[in-house]
Design a protein around this ligand. Structure first.
Ligand code: GUE
Length: 293
């Protein structure tokens, strides 16, 4: 068996085309969604990601507001910028690029954001709503990568109901929220430690119909441990040197898994592009909610 591909690139492209239509409908009502980004410091990866977010906005017609601050920005100055974007009517959603420099308390910053403008869905109020509000659809922003994982599966007509889903990794941006998101459905979701000893991890994997690998540990998920026919989302991102010593992006799942899984999302080219598309979707949805659409 060779796995079918959960093509995040093509799926994200289709979603961006739909969002472009929705932005045009909003424009006809005089509403233009706007994404703000706050970048503290000049980490090359973060700078690259933020640049990509502004490119994505331009592609679908979303206005974007860029706030770049020096590495030594104080927590007070950053909080003032957050409050400015909370009040800025042109900004219907914004993100604070993570990770922040060590001298800044990330939790304090995220909690100062207006939950309605939290385009990352990482504000405690929005994460908390994932636990509560189970009898009504989510109307607050969902974290982009978890939302992207569920959307990628849905767009390939993969139904999760009744399945054993194993989430490997408990990070606050992926593992924990995706576990919460999945338990809002008829899914048997298990969130396991990324550093579980291989014996424990193997026993969890053996029962998993769906594996969401979000550990950020290169090739830690071994083909031999996967249930034949498993559906695998390779989410964790690591940069390793290839055989020529060149730094490349790789995932948590070893390549041999393509021979065992029934579906697999490539990394790069799977959940990453979906994360970016879901950020745009969160901004458009916030603007639609504000416009009463
Ligand atoms: N406030 C905040 N929100 C984030 O969502 C956020 C963040 N901070 N900090 C950094 C991480 C990382 N992240 C990625 C997004 C897309 C790809 C992506 O599209 N990757 C391409 C490969 C890109 C490459 O070649 O490096 C792919 O998977 O195909 C990767 C990683 C969002 N993050």
């Amino acid at each position: 068996m060779t796995a079918q591909i959960l093509d995040g690139k093509a799926t994200a492209k289709a979603i961006k085309a739909e969002l472009t239509e929705r932005v045009a409908v909003l424009a006809a009502r005089g509403v233009t969604p706007g994404l703000g980004t706050i970048l503290v410091g000049s980490d090359p990866g973060s700078t690259w990601y933020v640049g990509g977010k502004h490119k994505d906005c331009a592609e679908v017609g979303i206005k974007s507001i860029r706030v770049d601050l020096p590495e030594d920005t104080t927590q007070e100055i950053l909080l003032a910028k957050v409050r400015e974007l909370n009040e800025n009517p042109e900004c219907t959603g914004y993100i604070v690029q993570l990770p922040l420099p060590k001298h800044i308390d990330q939790d304090v910053i995220l909690e100062a954001m207006d939950p309605a403008k939290d385009a990352d869905g990482l504000h405690p109020m929005n994460l908390g709503r994932l636990v509560a509000n189970v009898n009504r659809p989510m109307t607050s922003p969902l974290p982009c990568t978890p939302k992207g994982c569920v959307e990628l599966l849905a767009r390939h007509d993969i139904d999760l109901d009744g399945k054993n889903v194993l989430v490997v990794g408990r990070g606050v941006t992926i593992g924990r929220p995706i576990g919460l998101l999945l338990t809002r459905r008829d899914v048997n979701a298990t969130v396991t430690l990324a550093h579980t000893g291989t014996a424990d991890l193997a026993s969890h994997l053996a029962q998993a119909d769906v594996v969401i690998a979000a550990a950020g540990q290169p090739h830690m998920i071994k083909a031999k441990d996967l249930k034949p026919g498993a559906i695998v989302l390779d989410v964790g991102v690591s940069r390793v040197n290839d055989e020529n010593g060149k730094a490349v992006v790789t995932g948590d799942v070893e390549p041999a898994a393509y021979e065992v899984a029934s579906w697999i999302s490539p990394n790069p080219g799977g959940v990453g592009p979906m994360t970016r598309a879901m950020l745009l979707a969160n901004v458009v949805e916030s603007a639609e909610r504000a416009a009463g659409i």
